[in-house]
Ligand binder design. Structure first.
Ligand code: HAM
Length: 419
């Protein structure tokens, strides 16, 4: 038997309601803030991700689904969408049409990571990007939107961690300091961190190795070596959050796994879902657009993992949605009436009612059971003597009341149902 690929998941009908509810909530929130939806292809040229996320990152160096297509082009399934949004922004000159482009997306992403709870190979993100302004209010707005969405779901146990990575000039100087500090302990570092020492030294802060963690405790911090402008920007972001009473912590070791960030970075962590605890992450990327060939344009954004958010909701016993309801289940007493009830169901559906009938030749008792299972508001029973007299029975399923209804008036049902 062929099964789904490891790390991918079917979303079955009994789960889909939670997804739809969540997506609706996101779209609603996006409308409040006036962000527009953008959809980009599921795959792009590999170079787009290599150049933006960074060759030395885990994503690009070991997690991308990359293949050569029949035209000998190297293609990658998108591991994240900021790069794609920026590509589309440049390609369609969106910056010329509008000073500030406020965009959001809901889309699958692909990373060949080791699957575990909250970590998949095909997962889904909602993401938000504001391209065109360096205003620190927008950095804060990203954190506010992300937090608000999680809060609206009822999630507790959240912590917002923020940091600033400054600009490349101060960061390069700081990297020398860090290298200087770590040089003394180089032999004690884990093998992974030894490699990162040369390729992406900041990421040693992310190491899960106990010895590395100990060594990094006394390492110099980038936040203490920022240039004045970066410090000012960071202070402005913080004061907006403080004024709006959004709880946050400064986490100077938060470096993020993508290379395009400048200034603010942030993550929102849930302690309800185990080790893969980041529900969302983001930050400012003022150099990315230029780096990908566009006019210098600042940008900021975040993305959140839908599976992780729904897992957190499940663990916190949230999202107990009311069961799906249909308007009418039509029961037929005689099999021969199938064509007749099919025609009636068609006409009632045309009037905007949700109707179910029995397609499986089931007994009357079984049809009634099905009507209950589907939470039908009303049942219509067609057949027998009533039908011969051009009547049918209408049963209100919430109070059990039955009444006789003339078949000629069937199309007045809409008013009764919607009363
Ligand atoms: P990221 O931190 O790589 O950032 O991913 C954002 C979120 O996607 C994570 O916090 C997590 O909830 C979810 N996620 C990531 N990988 C997986 C996985 N394998 N399985 C399940 N969920 C996962 C970005 O992707 C950036 N593009 C965010 C951004 C937008 N920065 C600026 N704009």
């Amino acid at each position: 038997m062929i099964k789904a690929i490891t790390g991918t998941k079917d979303i079955l009908p009994d789960e889909i309601q939670k997804w739809l509810f969540f997506e609706k909530l996101v779209r609603e929130e996006m409308a409040f803030y006036n962000y527009q939806e953008i959809r980009t292809p599921v795959f792009e040229e590999t170079a787009l991700f290599a150049r933006s996320i960074g060759e030395a990152t885990d994503i690009v160096s070991k997690e991308m689904y990359t293949f050569i297509d029949r035209s000998e082009v190297s293609i990658t399934l998108k591991p994240e969408m900021t790069a794609s949004v920026v590509r589309a922004f440049i390609e369609h000159s969106l910056g010329k049409k509008q000073g500030l482009n406020k965009l959001f997306y809901i889309s699958p992403m692909f990373r060949q990571e080791r699957p575990q709870a909250g970590r998949l190979r095909q997962f889904h993100q909602i993401g938000v990007e504001a391209i065109g302004s360096a205003n620190p209010v927008l950095d804060a707005e990203m954190i506010i939107i992300a937090f608000k969405i999680l809060e609206r779901l009822g999630l507790k146990n959240l912590s917002v961690k923020i940091n600033s990575l400054g600009i490349p000039e101060s960061r390069e100087k700081y990297k020398l300091l860090l290298a200087n500090y770590l040089q003394k302990y180089f032999e004690e570092l884990s093998d992974d961190s030894k490699k990162r020492f040369h390729t992406n030294i900041l990421r040693i802060f992310d190491s899960k190795d106990e010895r590395d963690i100990q060594l990094m405790k006394n390492a110099p911090l980038l936040l203490e070596h920022l240039d004045n402008n970066s410090l000012l920007h960071f202070e402005q972001v913080r004061s907006i959050l403080t004024n709006l009473k959004l709880p946050y912590e400064i986490e100077p070791k938060l470096v993020r796994g993508l290379d395009y960030y400048t200034h603010t970075t942030f993550e929102i962590i849930s302690n309800s879902i185990g080790s893969q605890s980041a529900l969302c992450g983001g930050g400012r990327y003022d150099l990315l657009i230029e780096q990908l060939g566009g006019e210098p344009t600042p940008g900021v954004g975040f993305a959140a993992g839908i599976e992780r958010i729904l897992l957190a909701c499940e663990n916190e016993k949230l999202l107990n949605l009311s069961p799906k309801i249909i308007d009418i289940y039509i029961i037929r007493l005689e099999k021969e009436l199938f064509t007749k009830i099919y025609e009636i169901s068609h006409q009632l559906r045309e009037q905007g009612l949700s109707i179910e009938i029995d397609y499986l030749d089931r007994s009357v008792k079984a049809q009634m059971r099905e009507a209950n299972k589907l939470n039908a508001k009303y049942v219509i029973i067609i057949g027998g003597n009533e039908y011969k007299n051009n009547n049918f029975i209408l049963k209100n399923m919430s109070n059990g009341e039955e009444k006789l209804f003339s078949a000629d008036k069937i199309f007045e049902l809409e008013n009764i149902i919607n009363e």
